[in-house]
Structures are given as C-alpha cells and as structure tokens.
Write a protein that binds this ligand. Structure first.
Ligand code: UDP
Length: 240
C-alpha cells in the first residue's frame, strides 16, 4: 500500500517486506528501479516536477530515514517504519549471493566503487562483481554503454539525488539489469571510507545526528529538514 507524503508516494513496508518485494523484482526478467527518499528528496521533489515523477514511477519507494517516518506520522498517515537504503542494499546483496548473480557499482569518487566491490565480493561469495565506474562522468550515455557491456543483474547507482534517480529512469532499461537501486553515499560506506552511525544511535533514530557530527559541513544542507515536518503538519491541518 502506498502512502503519500508531500507529493511522494511511499511504499508502506517493513524491512522484511521490502526484502521480499526486492527479491521478487530481482527474479523478474525485466528492468526495475528502487528509490530511497529522505526528507531532502521530498523537499527537492516539491520544486522539481520531473524528480517527483521519477520517484513516483519507481517499483519501490522506501522511506530512508527517521525524518520521513516522523513526517508521515505528523501528517496522520503513519508508515510501518523506515527502510534505510544501505540496509536494503545489503539485503539485496544477500539475495544475489544466494542465487548467484552479477553486480555493477556506479558512482562515488574514482577508486571508491572498486574498493567497495572488493569488500562486497569478500563478504558475499555468490556475487560476481562485473564492473565498477566512478560517478564523475561527463557523458551519461557513455557511462550507460559501459554498464550494459558488463551485463549486470543488480546495479547500485550512487550519484547523489536527483542525479541517480533521473539516470535510472532515463537509462536503466538499457542496462540489461533486473534491478537498479539509487543509494547516495552507500559506496563510500561499503568501501570503508564513511562510517554509519553505531547501532545505539540508530536505534534512537539519531543516525542523522551522528552524520552531522562526523560531517559538520552538512549543517547547511540539513538545516532545511525540519521544514518537511512543518509542511507535513500543514497538510494535516488543511485536511481538518
Ligand atoms: N557523487 C557522484 N557523482 C556526482 C555527485 C556525487 O558519484 O556527480 C557521489 C558522491 O561521491 C557520494 C554520493 O554520490 O558518494 C552522494 O553522496 P551524498 O552524501 O550526497 O548522498 P546521501 O548519502 O546523502 O544520499
């Protein structure tokens, strides 16, 4: 079931349900893409109609982050919980490893995708890394041709939003992949260049605070986020 938050239609799924849905997409012999919007995406989608359309056309729209869950609650249409993109990505790697399949990593600074690939291949022995490419290419089509030549089943697209979602919507079906996932900074985490918040912070819904502590330069970007909550409250009051 979909739940709308400020124009973005989220799938209301637990992590386990998201894994089941993702595993099914990975079995179907056609292209699918998954997006993992956080509050920044919601604000951006409010000003960028193409981005909103691309998000709402995805096969799965997962609530990445506590800000989305709070917004849904404030709006009066609560979600079952959050499904962080990085956790969904790890779950899809387990699925791919079990059935055996090919993974392509697209994005992040030069060298990062290769390092992430080495670590993933060690951890998920059934996964074949069929290629990796950094995310600072000039020619979108040339980047696509490299991906398609590698014949991936699963593709991680980590170019930051909205670039990664627009890239998947435009070029995804030509990659030959069954499933592409837009994952922001996930390759930096898989490569060991960035750290996720410890479990204790995550449990308290404070992953965002940990990230701010580690990357204080994000403060400007994050300062806008409470706006999503204010807008969600406005929507609820409008409905009365
Ligand atoms: N990135 C990229 N190409 C670009 C811009 C960004 O590959 O043109 C990468 C960047 O190196 C980082 C990721 O995209 O690995 C975006 O990270 P960000 O922190 O913005 O994403 P978040 O995790 O917040 O969604």
């Amino acid at each position: 079931m979909k739940k709308e938050i400020l124009g973005v239609m989220f799938d209301d799924l637990t992590r386990e349900e998201a894994v089941q849905a993702g595993a099914k997409l990975l079995e179907e012999d056609k292209f699918h893409y998954v997006v993992t919007p956080n509050p920044e995406f919601i604000l951006a989608a409010g000003k960028d109609e193409e981005f909103r359309r691309v998000l709402n056309s995805a096969d799965l729209v997962l609530a990445d982050g506590i800000g989305v869950v709070y917004s849904a609650k404030i709006k009066g249409t609560p979600l079952k919980g959050r499904v962080p993109g990085i956790e969904f990505a790890a779950d899809m790697l387990s699925c791919l490893s079990q059935r055996g399949g090919r993974l392509y990593l697209l994005g992040a600074k030069p060298g990062v995708a290769e390092e992430a690939g080495r670590r993933i291949a060690e951890q998920y022995p059934g996964v074949t890394l069929c290629g990796a490419q950094d995310g600072y290419f000039q020619d979108e089509e040339a980047a696509l041709l490299k991906v398609a030549a590698a014949r991936p089943d699963l593709l991680f697209v980590c170019l930051g939003a909205p670039k990664q979602e627009k890239w998947m919507a435009r070029w995804g079906k030509h990659t030959g992949a069954r499933l592409a996932i837009g994952l922001g900074g996930a390759l930096d985490v898989f490569a060991g260049r960035a750290e996720r918040a410890p479990e204790s912070w995550r449990k308290l819904g404070l992953e965002w605070a940990y990230r701010l502590k580690k990357e204080p330069q994000r403060a400007g970007r994050m300062a806008k986020l409470p706006l999503v909550l204010v807008k969600a409250a406005g929507e609820r009051l409008k409905k009365r």
